[in-house]
Design a protein around this ligand. Structure first.
Ligand code: LLP
Length: 425
């Protein structure tokens, strides 16, 4: 997790910066991102996967600073919209090291990808083949991959499982959909098929589903060779590497994953008589999730019936994950010491609905009161990137901490922002 240090009197520091001081200085709610931890996690991946292109999945969280950090640490990028792509490229990221995903790429997405010269476009369905070829135009050539559904069930929640055919992404391995698409792509001179892709799901804490998927993908590569006489040079196994949201929960170990994937790949290719393709992986959550902490100020405390409700100044607009996936977080009191006995509380947000619960039935000191500060660790992924404008509460600021200093990466959304976008009066 983020490099935390305990301070006196219940204080906690991240990246050498006291969280209580950060809350004072930048106001709350505020997302604090530990730059050293993000960089360290990039390095862990680079070291664990030396012969692999590690692409950071921008959907987990993207800002211009993050673009620079992952670039400096030697990673590529996975984007899924013109917005993510333009932000990355205008922040200086080399477009040829970017892969564009999406099950429904808009004309704007494709135009930006081709104009900026994105490295690979991942084809997700049959109708994209002609569209991309047309967008490339005469005389042009674009590198593409094909997203395949390997038929593997994995992932932390139904809504983030993408390895089976009952969901919208990818082309089927079993009904011939993938092979048919591959044949059609190979008939298009404007498209250069470099390899296959799969992404089986997210928040996966077990290595085995990756190995099953890998074996099936190698099987398809062998069929492509047998059918078309073509040995595809690349295999992208997606992301999904799980992290621990609470102490004691399992996480996927990148080093173990790398070792087992490499062994499975080498063995599978030997059996199939295939040259070993270049591997790509796309971790998002595992790069930024544990590097983030969100700070909330307690606004109200009340007991109703059996429950104690601790209401904070954020909620489902900055973190929809508990409501969407039932994820459980571990908030803690910071900024002051408490000797009070712990009691079970519901940490809730400030939004106008009962489902706005950030952490159900968690232990907090019995004397938590308005004005207190709560920190929720492992807040770096899929919180702000999924933030909404609900109730015009405004999206929180993002602050980077590094070696004892703090700076704003993304400023807080203000009343002025709401006014400027609303031009209809
Ligand atoms: N590659 C592709 C093609 C993806 O669709 C995703 C995530 C990733 C890589 C990165 O997956 P990661 O390593 O971050 O698990 N909002 C959900 C997660 C949705 C993931 C969507 N795709 C959550 O908050 O848990």
């Amino acid at each position: 997790p983020a490099s935390t240090t305990r301070l006196a009197h219940g204080g906690l520091a991240v990246g050498g910066v006291s969280l209580a001081e950060a809350a004072e200085r930048f106001d709350t709610p505020v997302y604090v991102l530990d730059e050293g931890e993000v960089r360290g996690r990039c390095r862990t991946y680079r070291d664990a996967f030396p012969d692999t292109d590690v692409l950071y999945a921008a959907k987990a969280f993207l800002s211009r600073a993050v673009v620079r950090w992952v670039q400096e640490e030697g990673l590529g990028l996975d984007v899924c919209s013109a917005g993510e792509l333009e932000l990355a490229v205008t922040a200086g990221f080399p477009p040829e090291r970017i892969v564009l995903h999406g099950n429904a790429k808009s004309p704007r997405d494709l135009a930006a990808a081709l104009r900026l010269g994105v490295g690979r476009i991942v084809i997700d369905g049959p109708s994209e083949i002609a569209r991309i070829a047309a967008a490339v135009g005469p005389g042009g050539r674009q590198k593409v991959m094909v997203r395949v559904v390997p038929g593997v069930t994995a992932g932390g929640h139904d809504k983030i499982r993408t390895g089976t055919e009952d969901q919208k992404f990818g082309l089927s391995l079993t009904d011939g959909g993938a092979q048919h698409a591959i044949a059609r792509i190979l008939g298009r001179p404007r498209l250069e098929l470099t390899g296959l892709h799969c992404h089986i799901g997210s928040q996966i804490t077990d290595v085995r589903p990756y190995l099953v998927a890998l074996r099936r993908m190698v099987g398809l590569m062998a069929r492509v060779r047998d059918t078309h006489g073509l040995v595809l040079p690349e295999l992208d196994l997606g992301g999904g590497h799980g992290v621990a949201y609470r102490p004691g929960e399992p996480a996927l170990d990148p080093a173990a994953l790398a070792r087992r994937m490499r062994a499975e790949l080498v063995a599978g290719c030997a059996t199939a008589g295939l040259a070993v393709p270049r591997l790509l992986i796309e971790p998002g959550r595992a790069v930024v999730g544990p590097a983030g902490v969100v700070l909330y100020r307690v606004l109200a405390v009340k007991r109703t019936g059996e429950k104690v409700f601790v209401a904070v100044d954020g909620g489902m607009s900055d973190n929809p994950r508990p409501a969407l996936y039932g994820v459980r977080y571990a908030p803690r009191l910071v900024g002051r010491a408490s000797a009070a006995a712990p009691r079970t509380a519901m940490v809730v947000g400030r939004h106008c609905e009962a489902g706005d619960v950030l952490a159900a039935d968690v232990e907090l000191p019995g004397d938590v009161r308005p004005g207190d500060l709560l920190a929720v660790p492992v807040a770096g992924a899929y919180q702000l990137s999924m933030a909404s404008g609900y109730n015009l509460v405004g999206r929180p600021a993002v602050v980077a901490v590094h070696e004892g200093s703090a700076r704003v990466l993304v400023r807080r959304e203000t009343l002025e922002d709401f006014r400027t976008r609303d031009i209809g009066a």
